[in-house]
Design a protein around this ligand. Structure first.
Ligand SMILES: [Fe+2]
Ligand SMILES: [Fe+2]
Length: 249
């Protein structure tokens, strides 16, 4: 993975970020706004966090890769920016942000328990599911401010997923085909479980926006397939780049 390229991307992406026109009135009825605020507050909680555990893990596991560490720090800062946008949306729709929720507690518990790679993996899964959610809200909800905020978040999330796919591509290039298949299988099982939990948690908000379960799963699966394809492409590319050197010392 080219950490320097990703670092430049994150540094540049902090600039010239358009701000949604928060003062525009919403034409959504009170009931829709209530369900949206409730649903968005859960995603807002998920996007908060200073990433202290993740950064400490990165420093411990990859002490020489200063560039990747700095890139991760900027990645976390972007997630915090998403939390800010979501907070504004929650307030726009008359809701309140929350400090805890069982899905968030479960997510934190699992990602802290099983090490650095596993934590990054869970971030990716959350981003794939989140992308499906924001895309459906953007497409179905007739609120221009919500659409603008979703567009900003979706643009970043697409890059976040590619960033992690590049990193996992490096890791997978060192695995045997059977090990790769095992990793991919457990990833897809966790992805399936996370999509199910997200649907249970957000079906009211999505349904009132006009989206159904089939569409949500379709979008999420599409994102997952795209991630796995990019990861495989990167892993194969890395193998091709490494092999000639090792063949001729
Ligand atoms: Fe995010
Ligand atoms: Fe993200």
């Amino acid at each position: 993975m080219n950490s320097q390229q990703w670092l430049s991307y994150y540094q540049n992406n902090r600039n010239h970020r358009p701000e949604p026109k928060w003062n525009l009135p919403s034409s959504l009825d009170d009931r829709t706004q209530h369900f949206l605020a409730h649903s968005l507050s859960h995603f807002q909680l998920g996007e908060t966090g200073e990433g202290k555990f993740l950064l400490a893990q990165a420093r411990a596991h990859l002490p020489d890769d200063v560039c990747y560490y700095e890139t991760l720090r900027l990645f976390i800062a972007e997630e915090q920016e998403h939390a800010r946008l979501l907070e504004r949306l929650v307030f726009r729709f008359g809701g309140k942000t929350i400090q805890r929720h069982w899905t968030h507690s479960l997510f934190r518990l699992v990602r802290h328990a099983l090490g650095f790679k596993f934590e990054i993996q869970l971030f990716v899964i959350a981003e794939l599911v989140g992308t499906a959610y924001y895309r459906l809200l953007q497409a179905r909800t007739r609120d221009s401010v919500l659409e603008e905020a979703c567009a900003l978040i979706l643009k970043d999330e697409a890059q976040h997923v590619d960033f992690h796919a590049d990193w996992f591509g490096d890791f997978q290039s060192r695995l045997l085909p059977l090990e790769r298949a095992g990793w991919s299988a457990q990833f897809q099982i966790l992805f399936g479980a996370a999509t199910q939990v997200a649907w249970m948690d957000h079906k009211a908000g999505l349904a009132i926006s006009g989206a159904n379960r089939q569409e949500f799963f379709h979008e999420a699966r599409h994102e997952c397939i795209r991630f796995l394809q990019r990861l495989e492409r990167n892993a194969n590319q890395n193998v091709c780049e490494i092999s000639p050197q090792t063949a001729r010392p």
